[in-house]
Design a protein around this ligand. Structure first.
Ligand SMILES: Cc1ncc(COP(=O)(O)OP(=O)(O)O)c(N)n1
Ligand code: 3NM
Ligand code: MG
Length: 210
């Protein structure tokens, strides 16, 4: 059984979009605005700086009772004492992640189709990410967008926490939740916002209207 986590407002980091404000400061502001889960996503950092950044973010997140997930890299997640890992369909296997990180780690898996969501039912994961719900310039090597209908279809297949990712912004977030997602995973709408605290607050407000 994994440690407890709240998937409602899941911030995935992006160093380029954070700009001169930096990842750590952007995460700090976003946590103040109500982010409930953070994923450190680094595609270009070498091992040691990746571990250092993960340790730094873990401290910032844990000070606010929020878990830190590492994208892709099991060794970084383990060395940094992160709370879990997010895996895509082409990453390490869920079994390998479970073996490396232990029974209480939070393991998330991207699902890009109904078939992948069905297959994921057999796996020891803690949440699924419907990916992508909408097309996004932040990541272009994605599968075809699932749309809201895809989120509804995946929702019907699983009782696990379901987050949606890809092109989520303040204008479409409510309909993503109404389609059955338990959480909103966002990069640009918070990382690139002029005021990440306020951007997070606006998403967080949907919790009471949803
Ligand atoms: C919450 C969440 N959902 C989906 C992804 C994408 O994972 P993946 O397909 O492995 O792609 P990369 O992020 O590794 O480029 C994610 N990171 N987080
Ligand atoms: C990291 C990532 N994964 C995706 C997937 O579909 O698997 S979409 C994506 C980027 C999401 O960024 P934004 O919130 O700026 O659209
Ligand atoms: Mg990946």
């Amino acid at each position: 059984m994994s440690r407890p986590f709240d998937p409602f407002l899941y911030l995935v980091t992006d160093r380029a979009l954070a700009g001169p404000r930096g990842v750590a400061e952007t995460v700090r502001l976003a946590l103040d605005g109500g982010v409930t889960l953070v994923q450190l996503r680094e595609k270009a950092l070498a091992h040691e700086p990746f571990v250092e950044e993960a340790r730094r973010l873990r401290e910032i997140c844990h000070a606010r009772g929020v878990p830190l997930i590492v994208n892709d890299d099991l060794a970084v997640a383990r060395e940094a004492g992160a709370d879990g890992v997010h895996l895509g369909q082409s990453d390490a296997s869920v079994a390998q992640a479970r073996e490396t990180l232990g029974p209480d780690a939070i393991i998330g898996l991207s699902v890009e189709s109904v078939e992948q969501a069905q297959a994921a039912a057999q796996l020891e994961i803690d949440y699924m990410a419907a990916s992508p719900v909408f097309a996004t310039p932040t990541k272009t090597d994605t599968a075809l967008p699932l749309g809201l209908e895809g989120v509804r279809a995946i929702r019907r297949l699983t009782d696990k926490p379901l987050v949606a990712i890809g092109g989520i912004n303040h204008a479409n977030a409510l309909e993503v939740l109404q389609a059955g997602a338990d959480g909103l995973a966002v990069i640009s709408a918070i990382m690139a916002a002029p005021d990440p605290r306020q951007a997070a607050r606006e998403f967080h407000r949907l919790r009471s209207v949803h």
